[in-house]
Design a protein around this ligand. Structure first.
Ligand code: FAD
Length: 454
């Protein structure tokens, strides 16, 4: 297993990885780079689970922990359980790019779908989500490299630049979001690559180290008397007088309320939720630390970055080292412990930054995004009285934190828990098993369309 700053020995270069020449003996750490500085707890000597709690929360990512923190702050006891180690899911695996969650739809499109009033309320609440996560991190004193670094979204085609410019104006008018456009002629001030046709900058978007943020949240929940327990899969939820009995792989917990916070890892536990979420895998790679001059040339403003393709890629620097962290869709042709599963990421990275061809790739990992049919997240309560918050469609760092807080307030019947997302119909995927299997096909089709530009 490679260690931070260890050098290039045995690691494949980005070019070898991209060309499928990394070989099975190549030294790549297939765990998230973020876990190096925020290691996951080992599943040994586990304390027994409590037999009862006010609220049991299934899933220990940002949603579950944020909900638990709000409950504990209100004097309500929360037990968070996870089938893996705490933070096994997307929350410690993601790119750590934080926006308002407003980038899924163009503003005009959202208004067409939802109507002006609802779209405006949803977009405005999106900006509150970004403010909320900052407020939480500052007020709880969580060290996680949170920084309002800004986002540069690079146009893949000239018409994308024009469309983005119009959309940014709409976003300002509707939700007050600040941004500015950077033309192709000026983009060297933003990025050391000439493959793009300019882009937009959202200067208030932010970044953090996701596993450190997760560890900080978990420590706060425990310090306030909550329980966070790993290796405890919820296998059934039964109604009982006065609440629920949650059967887990390590015993039964009685609770007044249950919150499902399983997002892209949602299984059969609550079939009505499973039918509404399709998991989509996303992968990331990390390079070795780069020389300062090269790093400064490639990412002169040290922001977070993405592009305008249908099959999106995104990248950023590591917070305390000069590594590039590059993400996109997960590979389909090989298991996620094979270098070949990450070829396309190295390929895309070199396409943007040819200087990185001979740089070593030290880490490669993936995680699951929870997609909804209408591409908006949902929170609420099932007919059986089980609360849930999930479906962030790949932009969940701020949204999961915010939705976790709101669903906890809803459990308590607190009017502050109301959101613009409350009364949205949560549609099931038509023919769910087929939708799940169709993901690679649809992605490949979109990749082809991106490549041939139609
Ligand atoms: C590779 C990748 C990159 C991403 N990049 C970004 C980004 O840059 N910016 C951004 O905003 N968003 C990003 N996201 C999305 C973001 O990470 C997620 O939306 C967010 O972390 C979801 O948090 P969560 O707590 O709802 O779910 P998760 O963190 O996924 O946690 C769900 C947990 O539920 C557990 N679980 C499932 N079933 C059970 C059960 N029956 N019993 C017990 N436990 C169970 C799982 O083990 C898992 O740990 C990315 C996601 C991925 C995968």
């Amino acid at each position: 297993m490679s260690k931070r700053g260890e050098g290039t020995a045995g690691h494949p270069t980005a070019k070898d990885l991209a060309q499928g020449r990394a070989g099975t003996s190549a030294r790549i750490n297939f765990q998230p780079y973020w876990w190096e500085t925020a290691p996951r707890e080992q599943g040994v000597d586990l304390p027994p689970l409590p037999v009862k709690s006010d609220v049991v929360i299934v899933g220990s990512g940002f949603t579950g922990l944020s909900a638990a923190l709000t409950l504990q702050n209100k004097g309500v006891n929360a037990v968070v359980i996870d089938s893996g180690v705490p933070g096994f899911g997307a929350s410690t695996r993601n790119g750590g790019q934080i926006g308002s969650g407003n980038q899924k739809f163009r503003v005009k499109r959202l208004i067409e779908i939802r109507g002006k009033e609802k779209a405006t309320a949803m977009l405005r609440e999106g900006t509150q989500m970004l403010d909320y996560i900052e407020h939480l991190i500052v007020s709880e004193g969580i060290g996680c490299h949170f920084r309002r670094c800004g986002r540069f979204r690079a146009a893949i085609r000239p018409e994308h630049y024009e469309a983005m410019a119009r959309d940014m104006e709409d976003l300002k008018a509707v939700a007050g979001v600040e941004s500015f456009m950077v033309s192709r002629a000026e983009q060297a001030s933003e990025i050391g690559s000439d493959v793009f046709f300019g882009g937009s900058v959202l200067p208030h978007d932010a970044s953090l180290q996701p596993a450190m943020y997760h560890s900080g949240l978990m420590a706060r929940v425990r310090a306030k008397g909550g329980t966070v327990a790993g290796n405890a899969a919820a296998v059934a939820i039964d109604k009982d007088t006065g609440g629920f009995r949650v059967k887990t792989s390590r015993g039964v917990i009685a609770a007044r309320n249950v919150i499902i916070a399983t997002n892209g890892y949602t299984g059969d536990l609550v079939p009505a939720l499973k039918r509404r979420i399709v998991p989509i895998e996303s992968g990331l790679i990390a390079t070795e630390p780069l020389p300062q001059q090269l790093y400064d040339r490639l990412l002169p403003k040290d922001r977070v970055y993405g592009n305008t393709n249908r099959v999106f890629y995104y990248f950023r620097g590591a917070p305390d080292e000069r590594r590039i962290i590059w993400g996109g869709r997960a590979g389909r042709i090989a298991p996620n412990t094979s270098p070949n599963a990450f070829r396309h990421l190295a390929f895309d990275m070199i396409g943007v930054f040819p200087e990185l061809a001979n740089v070593a790739v030290t880490h490669a990992w993936d995680g699951k995004i929870g997609y909804t049919f209408d591409e908006v997240p949902h929170l609420g309560c099932t007919a059986a009285g089980v609360h849930h918050a999930l479906g962030y469609c790949g932009t969940g760092v701020s949204r999961a934190t915010y939705f976790g807080h709101k669903i906890a307030l809803q459990v308590l019947g607190d009017p502050e828990g109301r959101t613009a997302f409350d009364d949205l119909v949560f549609p099931a995927f038509p023919a769910h098993p087929i939708a799940e299997r169709a993901v690679p096909v649809v992605e490949t089709w979109y990749r082809i369309r991106d490549a041939v530009k139609f």
